[in-house]
Design a protein around this ligand. Structure first.
Ligand code: 6R9
Length: 660
């Protein structure tokens, strides 16, 4: 992660290009300021107007915001709508029936185009198919799918019948999948035989079998399988069904299930500071509204745009900016099955050129790895490709360091594309703090200013506002429509995690630190303030990884910390005490490998520690608390200069200095 002091001194300013400003949806800072003022002056009126203008309501709402049960806020609660209807049917009526909704490019380069009418028909058939299996409004459906048209159709089909989906990223292990199936109480899993990434076929259905085999999934009645590769799979009678059989002979129209605005659209699990992932629950109306508005405001989406968000549907970015946002505003979007480095590291640039993408939204970790690749091989440098179709670039998932920002700006955007550095979270549903491409002067490494209606602030531990220039914790002072509604099945944890009493119980705690620039008031995110790591833009709880490690029979104790990493932002460094003597040399390497594979099996390959160090013990205070701040220093390979007088066992530091 970039050093705060360097970021504070960053003084390069890039104004949005004049052409962009002229045609932008939000044009110029005065327009932005006027919108912010409108929200300040009449908060509910501001949101009510937008909700009426953007969403097609089956039954209009009369109450905008209900705060009586705060922090369980309700938005547009007596309104009724269907999210899938708003994403699909509305486009058929708007003259977009034949417009391409999705340009799908498979791992091997094969391209499939789907028009809005076709997408509508597929979603309706899938929705009718789900109904034929007895799946109904309020049921939870887990989706464990590759990046595919079918994955998006599955999500939309759930929305159409009012079932609440929970997408689990295809890189998660059987154990993680099982935990999510149980926690959500899912009645069905939609999956594929396999997924294809980087020329490799990777299992999905067999992992579903393994997850269910671990027990506790008695509520699960159906497994629906999309045939992606045609590999042989185990087929369980009465439980497993091919997707093609489920949709065969189904009608291509399906009356949407009209739901209340607060009806849960989806649950998405994310890491928190304890071992157990949190099921972040979003509502229908408010979430859809913000997905649409941010497509219009942040991405300045126009009817002619070719939008490309490279995220996976297993993460929130793939929910808001693939499965819902682009469709709700009738855009054409690219959906990519594969990885940025296959068949070579020019894949993204090649696809932008081939499909004439105009808006490109990716993660800093991808940019940094493509910088490395381009430095090593001029053939995959973006300058080798015709990227002239691009007009806007975006970044998401982690702080973008100024050097990576500059490279992206120069080499991908050719110095004429604004970059929107969008700060947001699974919990926020959509962008929170970001430049507006036709208004905000950009500073590399700063996500600049909150969107209109988002009352973000930097405060101290007791909730008092801090002056610009002083680092503190990032909060949002007023509820907003797309905010998390609760943690599935654990409202107490929801309150404690996001609306702590110390801050008065009504202010949203983001979990990140932030500082505002002295002169501009711009926000810079300084990183998580809890025990959450951000590795390649993936959120991971240190406790989650520690629990996985100590579940191994060899391990007595483990502590996990983040270590700054040039490419992945942060990397995972684990300090481990074995039940047997501390290993060294070849034996240590062997055990470290074994433990890495173990974590991959327990959580998923993304959680594998990059480094494992063994000690006879961990540095602890006299009261037995692990001193993580010392471990963070050791992980970085730096000298310990902090006070270690409370440390029970200073000798242990020597052992933990080096990686095995
Ligand atoms: C959308 C998404 C959320 C965490 C968040 C923060 C980090 C995301 C960022 C950023 C700095 C940005 N984060 N965007 N940090 N600048 N533009 O990534 O959701 O997976 O829940 O992660 O990611 O630390 O708290 P999620």
């Amino acid at each position: 992660m970039a050093d705060i002091e360097t970021l504070k001194q960053e003084n390069r300013i890039f104004n949005p290009p004049t052409d962009f400003v002229k045609n932008a949806t939000i044009s110029g800072m005065e327009t932005y300021q006027a919108m912010c003022a409108a929200a300040e002056n009449d908060y509910e009126g501001f949101w009510a107007k937008l909700a009426n203008e953007n969403i097609e309501w089956r039954k209009p709402f009369t109450r905008t915001l209900n705060e009586t049960d705060a922090p369980f806020y309700k938005w547009f609660e007596d309104g009724q709508l269907n999210v899938s209807y708003n994403c699909l049917d509305r486009n058929l009526q708007n003259g977009n029936a034949d417009k391409t909704a999705v340009i799908f490019e498979a791992d091997d380069g094969q391209v499939t185009r789907v028009a809005y009418k076709e997408l509508h028909d597929k979603v309706c058939q899938f929705a009718n198919g789900l109904k034929s299996l007895g799946i109904k409004k309020g049921d939870r459906v887990v989706i464990y799918m590759p990046m595919s048209i079918e994955g998006i159709v599955a999500m939309q089909a759930c929305a159409r019948i009012g079932a609440t989906h929970s997408v689990v990223f295809g890189g998660f292990s059987a154990k993680s999948l099982q935990e999510r199936i149980i926690d959500a109480g899912a009645v069905a899993v939609i999956t594929a035989d396999e997924q294809v990434r980087g020329g490799k076929q990777l299992p999905l259905k067999s992992i579903v079998d393994e997850a269910i085999g671990m027990g506790g999934c008695e509520h699960l009645k159906n497994v629906v399988i999309y045939q992606r590769t045609g590999t042989n799979i185990n087929f369980v009678q009465d439980r497993d069904r091919w997707l093609k059989d489920v949709v065969a002979n189904q009608d291509s129209t399906c009356e949407p299930e009209w739901v209340d605005a607060e009806h849960p659209l989806f649950i998405l699990y994310t890491s928190g500071s304890t071992g157990k992932p949190k099921g972040v629950q979003h509502a229908s109306g408010g979430y859809l509204l913000w997905a649409m508005l941010t497509m219009k405001w942040t991405f300045d989406i126009k009817p002619t745009d070719i939008f490309w968000c490279t995220a996976d549907i297993g993460w929130v970015t793939g929910h808001t900016y693939i499965a819902y946002g682009p469709l709700a505003v009738g855009a054409t979007q690219i959906v990519f099955e594969g990885v940025p480095t296959y068949p070579n590291a020019g894949r993204f640039w090649d696809m932008i050129a081939k499909h004439k993408a105009t808006i490109f939204y990716t993660a800093p970790t991808a940019i940094r790895s493509l910088i490395k690749a381009a430095d090593a091989d001029a053939e995959v440098h973006p300058k080798k490709y015709d990227l002239s179709s691009l007009r806007l670039l975006g970044s998401v998932g982690e702080p973008i360091n100024p050097e990576a920002w500059m490279w992206y700006y120069r080499n991908v955007g050719n110095e004429h594309c604004p970059i929107v550095d969008t700060f947001w979270q699974t919990e926020t549903g959509g962008h929170m703090i970001t430049p507006l491409p036709g208004a905000t002067p950009m500073v590399p490494g700063s996500c600049t200013m909150p969107l209109p209606g988002i009352m973000a602030a930097v405060v101290d531990e007791t909730g008092n506002d801090l002056p610009n220039g002083q680092g503190g914790i990032l909060v949002v002072k007023r509820p907003w429509p797309s905010m998390i509604r609760t943690i599935w099945g654990d409202p107490e944890r929801f309150k404690k995690s996001y609306f702590p009493e110390e801050l008065g119980g009504k202010i949203y705690l983001a979990g990140d630190g932030a500082v505002r620039n002295d002169k501009t008031g711009y926000f810079t995110i300084t990183g998580r303030i809890d025990d959450v790591l951000n590795v390649s833009g993936h959120r991971m709880g240190t406790m989650e990884i520690e629990s996985a490690l100590v579940a191994n029979p060899l391990v007595a104790e483990a502590a996990v910390v983040g270590k700054p990493d040039e490419t992945t932002g942060e990397s995972i460094c684990a300090f481990v005490v074995l039940k047997r003597a501390r290993p060294s040399g070849e034996e240590a390497r062997q055990i470290a490998k074994e433990l890495r594979d173990w974590v991959a099996k327990e959580i998923g390959p993304i959680a594998k520690p990059k480094e494992i160090r063994f000690g006879d013990n961990l540095p602890k205070t006299r009261s037995g608390k692990i001193m993580r701040r010392l471990l963070r220093v050791l992980a970085k390979g730096e000298q310990i200069t902090q006070d270690i007088s409370t440390l029970e066992n200073p000798a242990i530091l020597e052992q933990l200095k080096e990686a095995q």
